[in-house]
Design a protein around this ligand. Structure first.
Ligand code: RNT
Ligand code: ZN
Length: 417
């Protein structure tokens, strides 16, 4: 699409929105301040760079073997920069501990330090990218079915030490970048089959978290992520949604809502207003579950739209951290990032463009016909012209022009791996 057409289409859209009281220039500014935290693990199917790396475990799986996965830190960094060059706005990078710069040395999880992330801190500074962080309890000989909730004190202590170190690293990253590093803790702990020691496991997880969080840190924020089940751990999950919700509310921590971690008919969006009454902030892992936590690439589907709309309607834009979390190995992985990030942005844009003051007023006056009519009308307003303008002003490809760029990158770079 040529830029003149984009500008003209935007001018018309701007007028159309002004007629319902929405200032698209203001919305574009809000969209510029909407930062996604791009998950580094889409580029290499959650493998990481440990010299001693084993197979992916912990009940998660990346399926597909499309060629071109990043094989080392340089390739992964190049891929992230390529993806970022096709996504408007400025975005963060979310690192897992196993993506440290280990320089060919075996560094066990209870030995990791900020030194293994210094080159990432430099990379972030050079590339204008703020970093977030995750401890990694899967894909390790001591992962088993239970880590922080393991009745074996030796194993439990190993993971406590790992997670404490991760908090130290996150704090150092936050300090260096002058912006809090958001650290997520997700552990896979659970049981494959019927089991009876649920209270024991949950008490142990609570005690491990208490130990991990015993020191306050000024430059990082703690998030805790529950889920329904993992592969091979189908019957019971220690860190369920209720467990972490209660823990977060009692301890002022940030719950992570991964959109793939609920029963298929349960609405992650509906949790936003409920949780924000009791916790300071939320972290999101935006994904697309298909029948289960399958981590397909985010698209503009109803659940994603509803999630972002709920955040905007709650006036909570700056109380939420916006992470992505999908890992699809069945298509061009850079393309997957770009589709997922742009779709999340489009959902946020549509949420921002909703004539919510008017709708809210009608609702409070019990005028339900008007509410429904306006919400239906809003769906077909020319939001896409605003997104195209955002891309144009951000110097990234407008519309489907990014497809050709990804095809070229595949031909020139990915296919040679
Ligand atoms: C797993 C969780 C977790 C992981 C990442 C890799 O079900 O969603 O967030 O996807 O830590
Ligand atoms: Zn997640």
């Amino acid at each position: 699409m040529n830029s003149k057409l984009t500008t003209q289409t935007y001018a018309l859209a701007k007028e159309r929105y002004a007629a319902i009281g929405i200032d698209t220039e203001e919305v574009l500014e809000q969209l510029r301040n909407f930062h996604l935290s791009m998950h580094c693990w889409q580029a290499d199917d959650v493998k990481g760079f440990e010299v001693q790396a084993g197979a992916l475990s912990g009940g998660i799986q990346s399926t597909g073997n499309y060629p071109g996965a990043a094989r080392n830190i340089d390739e992964l960094r190049a891929d992230i920069l390529k993806a970022k060059s096709l996504i408007p706005g400025s975005h963060r990078l979310n690192l897992h501990e196993i993506y440290g710069d280990f320089q060919g040395k075996v560094v066990d999880r209870d030995e990791v330090t900020v030194d293994h992330f210094r080159s990432w801190i430099d990379w972030g500074r050079e590339n204008d990218t703020l970093l977030d962080f995750n401890s990694t309890s899967f894909s390790h000989p001591k992962s088993g079915n239970l880590s922080l909730a393991n009745p074996d004190k030796g194993i439990r202590d190993f993971w406590i030490e790992h997670t404490r170190r991760c908090r130290d690293i996150a704090d150092e990253i936050g300090k260096a970048q002058g912006d809090p590093c958001i650290m997520n803790i997700w552990v896979h702990d659970g049981c494959k089959d019927v089991s009876v020691n649920h209270y024991l496991y949950r008490s142990l997880l609570r005690d491990s978290l208490d130990k991990i969080f015993s020191e306050d840190k000024a430059n990082m924020k703690d998030c805790i992520e529950g889920k329904v089940f993992g592969i091979g751990l189908e019957s019971f999950t220690v860190g369920s949604h209720d467990f972490y919700t209660a823990y977060a509310a009692a301890n002022g921590k940030i719950p992570t809502i991964d959109t793939g971690h609920y029963h298929p008919t349960e609405s992650p969006a509906d949790k936003v207003s409920a949780l924000l009454c009791f916790v300071p902030e939320l972290m999101l892992h935006v994904s697309r579950p298909i029948r289960w936590d399958s981590d397909h690439v985010t698209i503009m589907d109803d659940p994603t739209q509803e999630l972002f709309s709920e955040i905007v309607r709650a006036g909570a834009l700056d109380r939420v951290h916006y992470g992505l979390d999908f890992f699809d190995g069945a298509m061009n992985r850079i393309g997957a990032y770009v589709i997922g990030a742009r779709s999340a942005q489009k959902c946020m844009l549509r949420a921002l463009l909703e004539p919510r003051e008017l709708i809210s007023r009608y609702e409070l006056e019990d005028r339900h016909f008007e509410v429904l009519a306006l919400m239906e009308e809003a769906k077909s307003l020319p939001w896409n012209a605003v997104y195209d303008e955002f891309c144009l002003r951000s110097n990234v490809p407008v519309g489907d022009a990014f497809i050709a760029e990804i095809q070229a990158y595949e031909k020139d770079v990915l296919s040679k791996r």
